[in-house]
Design a protein around this ligand. Structure first.
Ligand SMILES: *Cc1c(COP(=O)(O)O)cnc(C)c1O
Length: 219
């Protein structure tokens, strides 16, 4: 299937209240432009260097989301233009983003990435860490950051019940924090599990291969 057909397919499956982040990592500038031309404006990349290379070659009204692990020493390369950093997994990183955003007189939107998967490899904050950081934000600690929501990745498994249980953990935390200060974005779900994520309350999904096709890491 073509990118155009894939994109139409995904859009048809998403309720209008659910935001689509088109995950374009490893895919070419021309493939991204093709999806842009179909009306997509929000794209996600997981590596700073790749994002910094693509960003100047594509339309300026793209809202770029960083969705991969971010090292503090790389924040400076994206602070000027990044729309949302979905992968905040430490307080140290949050402090750095706040500092770099201030240099550019911006407020950068961030999501706290919370560990919900039953896997050692996934980055993310523990639930209690996320609560503590959010409270500091509510108390005014980060003037150049807006914590707009939460992001999480479920375990890579065919067990839909397990995936659902993990997404539910994040949804519960979202509802709890939302009582203190309104949150906008609950980002969970990828190509293989976004329908489950949406049924668990996700209002933003990060879909890559179901739009762009399989990623080729061999080059
Ligand atoms: C690659 C990636 C995605 C998209 O994965 P697909 O399975 O291709 O849809 C979503 N979220 C994160 C954090 C990713 O790194």
């Amino acid at each position: 299937m073509s990118i155009q057909e894939n994109y139409g397919n995904i859009k048809n499956q998403l309720p209008s209240t659910v935001e689509l982040v088109a995950v374009s990592k490893t895919h070419s500038v021309s493939a991204i432009q093709e999806v842009y031309d179909l009306g997509q404006r929000v794209f996600g990349e997981n590596k700073v260097q790749e994002l910094v290379e693509k960003h100047p070659l594509l339309p300026k009204d793209i809202q770029w989301h960083l969705i991969g692990h971010l090292q503090t020493n790389k924040v400076k390369y994206i602070a000027e233009f990044i729309d949302t950093i979905q992968s905040v997994d430490s307080e140290k990183l949050l402090n750095e983003i706040n500092k770099e955003a201030a240099k550019h007189h911006r407020k950068i939107k961030v999501l706290l990435q919370v560990k919900i998967a039953d896997e050692e490899t996934k980055f993310g904050l523990e639930i209690d860490e996320a609560k503590n950081i959010f409270q500091k934000f509510v108390d005014g600690a980060y003037s150049n950051i807006e914590i707009t929501g939460l992001m999480g990745m479920a375990t890579f498994t065919d067990d839909k019940d397990q995936v659902g249980r993990e997404f539910q953990i994040l949804k519960d935390l979202f509802d709890e924090l939302d009582k203190t200060k309104t949150l906008e974005t609950l980002s969970m779900g990828m190509s293989d599990d976004f329908p489950t994520a949406i049924s668990c309350g996700a209002n933003s999904v990060r879909v890559g291969s179901a739009i762009f096709g399989r990623r080729d890491y061999s080059q």
